[in-house]
Design a protein around this ligand. Sequence first.
Ligand code: BDR
Ligand code: CA
Length: 318
Amino acid sequence: MAADDLTRRKFIIDTDAGIDDAQAILMCLAASDVEVVALTTVKGNATAAQVTSNLLRLLKAADRLEIPIYRGCEDMLLGWEKPDEYNYHGKDGFGDVPDPDPPSRDRIQAKHAVQALIDITKQYPGEISLVALGPLTNISMAIRMDNQFGSRLKDCFIMGGNYKGEGNVTPSGEFNFYSDPEAAYIVLNSLGCPITLTCWELCLDCFFPWKVHEELRSFPSAKCELMKTLELAIVAECKKEYREYEMADEMAMACALDNDVITKSHDVYATVELHGHMTRGQMVVDWRKVLARKPNVRLVVEMDKVMLKKMLLKAFED
Ligand code: BDR
Ligand code: CA
């Protein structure tokens, strides 16, 4: 084993890639002190099978095809289907621009993602930082299959939920939590390691002007070209509607890479509404400690945008 492997922090990224997932993963791959031990896929922006292909495409552009990819859950705990009208990342999650030269699917690991999550945390107890960028189906399944799973993690960083009731797929539902509310409920209430949460409202507060986006896409690399290709439709739509380019998964990844990027957070008890007619999947924060429960998440409400921009640039500069 190389000396590097002994000192680098170990990450698993659970993802439904997703264009913002792709950018978040590139941020992580650019961090020289981090080893990505595995990528696990879950249904969300596209089927888990499609997300797995998307990751092969991304790793090829980043010249990192050696990183193992495990395919995960193809159904939410209660079998929710994505509404047709929600196709922000395209039907295939990657902007519906076919891969002209896809890497062989032989590279995909035979083991299921949930089993991989369990096994890798047994191999490296207390060492793994789990970064969750999609619906929490795989992670909730790992908890249910092995109730010690979470206690073997070092920590967990999640993009999902909302803390002011603002949704992006329903009036009150953020996509990752709304997609699999039961999974989000299980993870928040029973994971058993420190959880850092970046919610949808933080993404709304942390956008960059278009000129920063153009700077990010100005590098002559295969990964930059890939990102430009994938986001053609999103960029056109945002510009047509005079909207900024919204990021999401990048926030959770930034917190996982460097805690100093967090400038304001609250330790709170947060859970997920499962039964509401209008509010299913909405995150509920017990700000006033009415439930007298111990805090279960560190809720990030402000980030250092200068640092965040540096991390994003680093993903493409190399
Ligand atoms: C989340 O939903 C997905 O579409 C994005 O990839 C991100 O993880 C934002 O709500
Ligand atoms: Ca995602």
